[in-house]
Design a protein around this ligand. Structure first.
Ligand code: XMP
Length: 511
């Protein structure tokens, strides 16, 4: 399989570069900028990308690559800091921008030489996203200028003989109008990519590798019902069949039909699947509890108890399987396999079961690739396209005490909201959306009678990282439809609110 090596100089868009490359069906990995030459040779890439970064190439201690890298005969694309580094290490000149105009930031009209392979087939003029304070005053010998903006004569440089390319702007962000096409040109026109990265291929290789590794051994996986653990389970099941044990704790705080969907998705597969029905014991422990932090704590503790009991039954296994995915691995900065995802849902399990090693079969995949792999493995769409769902589940979407009656109301209202969002074709564009049950009851009129029922809050947010979020501008017609349906179809509800608060000051969840 062909590979692209992305050398990380600490830029904020580095993961995005990797995702874009993978979207073009070329496998890539993000590695630290100081990766030794020997390891680069062993990785055997068809091309290298230098990312952006916060440093200045002319300052002492600035991150640099081994100069031997330029003699490997491989194509290189430098982006922003990466472009400046390429220029400086090969004899060009990089200086601080003299004035604000040269210190470009934002959308910038840029003119390209479409005779350069990187810009082949693209318009001569288009918008790029610039974000740089340093400035390339002179390109190195052997390079020619292939792009300029009003403030910057060196927006793009290339040495087509050596196949070295540099751009001051960020082709990986959407604000660069033809960024995707430029990356595609780098991969296909310059590096000779064949587009051999597919989930069908990954599945085949991963299954063979896992079989080789686990041999006749056994593995245990704690299923939360989320996308990552479900796909990891399906992949492991294909590799080792009944030597995989999956434990799925149904705490009764799941959304409508969720527990059954998870069970059904694994019903026909060769694996040992345990659905632990812990609904009654969770509800009993939550009775009378109103404080949000106490609710969370109780749920966390109860999980540990359930797993202690399961662990005693299971005894020892060879491998513990975790659904760690590539963003967690990159973020750890310690290279693959260094992270153990500590998900609320599986808290307690690792300590209670004796195992030799942790397996992370999805650790090289991005979220959208995990979803694709899930589809490839035949998991149902409801499960594969599932949005993030918190470990404590509906308990933190019910304000105040959690009761079976309130859970029932919330499950129905939430299902209506989610179905209507999907029917309107908005499921993919909203980052997270759900219904919550406020503790507010108010007067209404139903038919000829007075009602005194609960108010449901609808929440939908747009966010990249969930640290900040904005509320989704959902169409009024959609909100109207959802409101009418909830009030008509869900007993115990006579009022529907739409939450128009951003995070901060609010949070995504209600407790
Ligand atoms: P907040 O409410 O903190 O939510 O703005 C941000 C994101 O985190 C999810 N979330 C959780 N996920 N266990 C989880 O696994 C939790 O206890 C938890 N609390 C919040 C929330 O759904 C949103 O995606």
């Amino acid at each position: 399989m062909q590979k692209i090596l992305i050398l990380d100089f600490g830029g904020q868009y580095n993961q995005l570069i990797a995702r874009r490359v993978r979207e073009h069906r070329v496998y890539c990995e993000v590695r630290p900028f100081d990766l030794p030459l020997e390891e680069i040779r062993r990785f055997d890439p068809i091309g290298i990308i230098f990312t952006g970064g916060p440093g200045s190439v002319y300052l002492p201690g600035a991150p640099r690559v081994d100069p031997g890298l330029f003699d490997l005969g491989l194509p290189i694309l430098g982006i922003c800091y990466g472009c400046q580094l390429l220029a400086q290490m090969l004899g060009g000149q990089v200086v601080p921008a003299q004035n604000d105009a040269a210190r470009e930031y934002g959308k910038t009209e840029t003119v390209f030489d479409t005779g350069c392979a990187l810009f082949k087939g693209l318009p001569e003029k288009s918008v790029t996203w610039m974000s740089h304070g340093d400035y390339m005053a002179a390109a190195p010998a052997g390079f020619r200028l292939a792009g300029h903006s009003a403030a910057c004569p060196t927006a793009a440089i290339c040495d087509e003989k050596r196949r070295f390319y540099g751009v001051q702007f960020h082709p990986e962000v959407n604000h660069t109008a033809y960024g995707r096409e430029m990356l595609r040109n780098f991969l296909y026109e310059i590096c000779g990519a064949a587009g051999d990265w597919t989930m069908a291929g990954f599945r085949e290789r991963a299954v063979a590798e896992l079989r080789g590794k686990v041999g006749g051994g056994s593995a245990l996986l704690a299923l939360s019902g989320g996308v990552d653990s479900s796909v990891a389970a399906a992949l492991m099941a294909e590799a080792i069949g009944e030597r995989l044990q999956c434990v799925f704790v149904d705490h009764g705080l799941l959304r409508k039909d969720e527990g059954d969907e998870v069970e059904a998705a694994f019903a026909g597969r060769a694996l040992r699947f345990y659905r632990i029905d812990a609904r009654a014991r969770f509800l009993a422990r939550l009775a009378g509890v109103e404080d949000p932090e106490r609710k969370r704590k109780i749920i966390g503790e109860e999980f540990v108890r359930v797993f202690e009991e399961v662990g005693r039954r299971i005894g020892a296994v060879d491998y513990l399987v975790q659904g760690t995915i590539y963003p967690d691995v990159i973020e750890s900065g310690k290279g693959p396999a260094a992270v153990i995802k500590s998900h609320h849902n599986v808290g307690g399990l690792p300590e209670r079961v004796a195992f030799r090693e942790i397996l992370e079969p999805l650790r090289l995949l991005f979220k959208d690739e995990v979803r694709q792999l899930g589809r490839e493995l035949g998991l149902p769409e409801e499960l594969v396209s599932r949005q993030p769902f918190p470990g404590p589940g509906l308990a933190i979407r019910i304000i105040g005490e959690v009761t079976e009656e309130k859970l029932q109301i919330l499950r129905e209202a939430d299902a209506i909201f989610r179905r209507e969002i999907a029917a309107a074709g908005l499921a993919e564009s909203c980052s997270q959306y759900f219904a919550a049950l406020t503790n507010l009851r108010s007067v209404g009129v139903m038919g000829d009678g007075r009602s005194y029922d609960y108010a449901i809050a609808l929440r939908s947010v747009q966010t990249g990282d969930f640290m900040t979020a904005d509320w989704t501008r959902l169409p009024y017609e959609l909100l109207d439809r959802v409101s009418v349906r909830i009030v008509n179809e869900v007993r115990g509800v006579n009022r529907v609110f739409y939450d128009i608060t951003a995070k901060p000051p609010a949070t995504v969840e209600y407790e």
